[in-house]
Design a protein around this ligand. Structure first.
Ligand SMILES: Cc1cc2nc3c(=O)[nH]c(=O)nc-3n(C[C@H](O)[C@H](O)[C@H](O)COP(=O)(O)O)c2cc1C
Length: 190
């Protein structure tokens, strides 16, 4: 073993959390709202750590801060939903990222409906899905919450009964995604 090397011969870590943050600022990510229904009320938080994991079975994950206000409710309920935000939803994303959450009911004034798990689905989302938790892995100061997808929807709620144009459902939705990049919200023009 040499200096700066682990017993396995792997270089020892020198990067800090700030170094990782500086890198991840350059990673463009979609923005979503994670929701759950627990103890008789809605809980919601802005996330960009959402990703798909597996198609068979259909699995997704989201990383939730250990001290996040969303952590205890999502662990307690065992079910949760994700609503993918359109480009014009930056104010909503900021509102649900506020430490401690917004004043009053977390989704007051935000059009939504309850999904099959009771978790809120945002009516203006590009797409939504609902999950039941199948694993929670420790991930440093976050929990990696893995969910089996139970149900999905694509497109804004008012278009749900309109036959889709050619192509996968939702591809005729003219709205683009809300994207986080270098500490701000961006949109995609094409
Ligand atoms: C664009 C964006 C993405 C975020 N992604 C996550 C995430 O994936 N996981 C997470 O736990 N918090 C994420 N956050 C932070 C939470 O939205 C929230 O600010 C944080 O939980 C602090 O609020 P709390 O102390 O009330 O929990 C994100 C915030 C922003 C603005």
């Amino acid at each position: 073993m040499t200096a700066g090397t682990t017993p396995e011969g792997v270089p020892a870590a020198t990067a800090t959390g700030d170094d990782l943050r500086a890198v991840m600022r350059n990673w463009a990510a979609g923005v979503a709202i994670a929701t759950t229904f627990h103890d008789g009320r809605d809980h919601a938080v802005t996330v960009n750590s959402f990703t798909s994991v597996s198609l068979d079975p259909p699995l997704v994950l989201v990383c939730i801060g250990r001290v996040s206000r969303f952590g205890a409710p999502v662990r307690g309920s065992g079910t949760w939903a994700v609503s993918l935000l359109p480009a014009d939803a930056a104010d909503l994303a900021l509102r649900l990222a506020k430490p401690g959450g917004p004043e009053g009911p977390v989704l007051a004034g935000i059009p939504h409906r309850a999904g099959v798990t009771g978790a809120a689905l945002l009516d203006d989302a590009l797409a939504t899905l609902e999950c039941r938790t199948v694993a929670i892995h420790p991930g440093g100061d976050h929990d990696i919450v893995v969910g089996e997808v139970l149900s999905t929807s694509v497109g804004p709620v008012e278009d749900r009964d309109v036959p889709a144009a050619a192509g996968p459902a939702g591809d005729d939705d003219p709205r683009g995604p809300l994207v986080s990049f270098r500490g701000g919200f961006r949109t995609c023009s094409d």
